[in-house]
Design a protein around this ligand. Sequence first.
Ligand SMILES: [Zn+2]
Length: 433
Amino acid sequence: MRLNSLIILSIIMLLISSTVTWPAKRVESSEMPRPTEMSSIIEMIQKINESMLFSFHHGLMKFGPRYTGTVNCNLAAQYIYETFQDMGLPVEFYEWRCGGFISKDIIATLYGVDPTSTAEYILCGHYDTVKGAPGADDDGSGTAAVLAIASVLSHYQFNHTIKFIAFSGEEVGTYGSFTYAREAAFRGENIVAVLNMDMIGYANTVEGGRTLRFFPPVRSRWIADYATSIAEKYHDILDMSIATFPSYPGADDQPFVDYGYDGVWIAHQDGYPWGHSANDTADHLNWTYYTKATKLMLAITAEIAQKPIDVQVMLRQPYEGYLYFFKQPVLQTSYGKKWFNGLRGLTIIIGGRTMATAEVFSKEPIRYVIFCVDGEFMVWDSQPPYEWQIKGWFYPLLGRRTIEVYAYTMSGKVASDEMDVFIISLSTTYKKP
Ligand SMILES: [Zn+2]
């Protein structure tokens, strides 16, 4: 008995220590300040002002309409790249092809300093526009906010990694975010949340001037709840609130959700009459509101990137967006162009005996990991590797299903992950007596 516990404990310790050697982290100089209290975040908030936001926004707007794949779009990409570079952040172009378009996303990374954390957060907007529209609000506002927040946060250190991303291809079908999310899932990146700012520069009512809308899918509501708590924490200086709405599946956060991550679209409340037109110009923005919205997003990003993560679980297999024939992944499914039909990232399982495996990151020992389908208990496993051979219990799992996994720590903390699958299989576990 005692020997057994010792073995379990060693396996758990091995699991915990293995997380330390995960992707190599950049070593930071210890001179950069790490925000440990509210005062340092207030200091960051105060560094955002209208003129710096205007200058980033103008830098982007001067190229005119930025339809995906055009010269203007590429010039804007170069401007964003160089702007991140000037901040001293590692930056890269992510070139993609999808739906007949060739373009690039720009990614700047502020590496986390906690060596035990593989977690990363994405703060993003899209710099492309529809044809003929200058895109001041849609989405020059979100992109310039990404730049402004990056320029401030780059002077500080956070526990977890923050990626600042400007996507293109949004207006033609969220192609830039789709190709990026698909590859990130394939690499097994630990993206905890995607904060997608798309149209955050306008208000024309008193209430709209104090409100930022979050549109999370059900499973990402925790992001809006967390953002609400941060808006309350800094309410005295920002006078802003979060309003949580049902999910809207057409923005750049959705491909991440399709590939198993959590994400949310963030936008202003009041209707913007000049969207997708030649009149979407900087003089139509409400700069007072836009500045406040950017400050709030800075506070949310800084707080979430510093927040300790006690326990996390990730479904590692089956792979997102693959077709399985029995145990074997045979090909990567591709519904990239059809962004609207909910098939992106769908995993299809034909036959049975496919394994589901879960990986747990935890600061304390794990009591057990439970696998469910559509909210119903299937099996539990108390020792790593945590796995389950996918089968129905009393009846076969035919059709579209959600596989859920829950990890429980010894002290009762719970983490979960889920995956959409389409199953064609007749196998069950239950044997008639
Ligand atoms: Zn947009």
